[in-house]
Design a protein around this ligand. Structure first.
Ligand SMILES: C[S@@+](CC[C@H](N)C(=O)[O-])C[C@H]1O[C@@H](n2cnc3c(N)ncnc32)[C@H](O)[C@@H]1O
Length: 261
């Protein structure tokens, strides 16, 4: 059994799935431009192919998966495999997948961490949307990523860079604040080429999180998830953290790393 980070453990115990549902409504504005880029790139690369196989690491509750699958050209038959450590997320995914389009075949959704997963085949597209925080920098997992990709395949890793409030909160939570800035070394060491696209949410400002020393509803939703507990009536630590965070952190910079084999 490989070593787990705390980030993965809190999902395995299903402690934050319900908070994430609340949070994911808030993240959509800045995730959606990146999901559109992801689907456009996949459409370009596999333009002439009738079928695409997709493997998603940390597939979650299916909401973001569905946005991607809907944006991939309908003339592709998609065979989809997901893994995640959270059985509560899988339950949500089962509901979401009922309305996936008819060109999508969900082959399986396995409960496993990527570290413990032994792939039995290769995939054209590998997606990791905000799950690599729990996987970290161990080179073995980047080698596994390289080996799971077909020749000419593409992997999309979405992660926060260091300046993001999530990173600051992870640090305060004593979690592993693995960031998109930490990917360059291991990807290069595995001989993988990559490019980076950053998206911001310009509607997020210090004031949209906190007014007159109190969290707004928007702030409450974000920070309850980031601090892994419902913060209603217990906002002091968060207000303290906001005080020191730079303005840039509130725009939630988010990176999409496009990796080619
Ligand atoms: C922030 S959520 C993102 C979920 C989904 N990808 C999305 O974009 O909505 C992180 C997901 O990664 C999963 N996860 C955490 N550590 C993992 C690991 N080591 N291997 C696989 N999945 C992991 C969690 O259970 C959770 O569903």
């Amino acid at each position: 059994m490989s070593e787990k980070t705390k980030y993965t453990e809190i999902w395995e115990n299903n402690e934050i799935e319900s908070l994430y549902k609340r949070f994911s409504a808030v993240v959509k504005p800045f995730e959606i431009p990146l999901l559109a880029i992801l689907a456009k790139k996949a459409n370009e690369i596999f333009r002439d192919r009738p079928g695409i196989s997709i493997f998603e690491i940390g597939a979650g509750n299916g909401q973001h998966t569905q946005i991607i699958l809907n944006a991939i050209d309908k003339n592709h038959n998609i065979s989809y495999t997901g893994i995640d450590v959270s059985s509560a997320q899988r339950e949500q995914f089962e509901v979401a997948s009922k309305v996936f389009q008819s060109n999508v075949n969900v082959v399986e959704y396995t409960i496993s961490s990527f570290q413990d997963y032994s792939p039995i085949k290769q995939y054209d597209v590998v997606i990791s949307q905000h799950s690599w925080y729990g996987i970290g920098s161990d080179i073995k997992n980047f080698e596994k990523l390289r080996d799971i990709l077909t020749d000419g395949g593409v992997c999309f890793i979405m992660l926060n860079p260091k300046g993001n409030l999530s990173q600051i909160a992870m640090q305060n939570n004593n979690e592993n604040p693995f960031s998109s800035d930490d990917l360059d070394g291991p990807l290069t060491a595995c001989g993988l080429r990559f490019e980076r696209v950053t998206s911001y949410n310009d509607d997020n400002t210090r004031q949209s999180f906190c007014v007159d020393g109190k969290l707004t509803q928007h702030g409450l939703d974000h920070f309850s998830y980031l601090y892994r507990k419902d913060l209603q009536g217990d906002e002091r630590n968060v207000i303290e953290m906001i005080k020191d965070a730079p303005d840039e952190a509130f725009r939630f910079p988010t990176d999409l790393i496009i990796v080619r084999k």
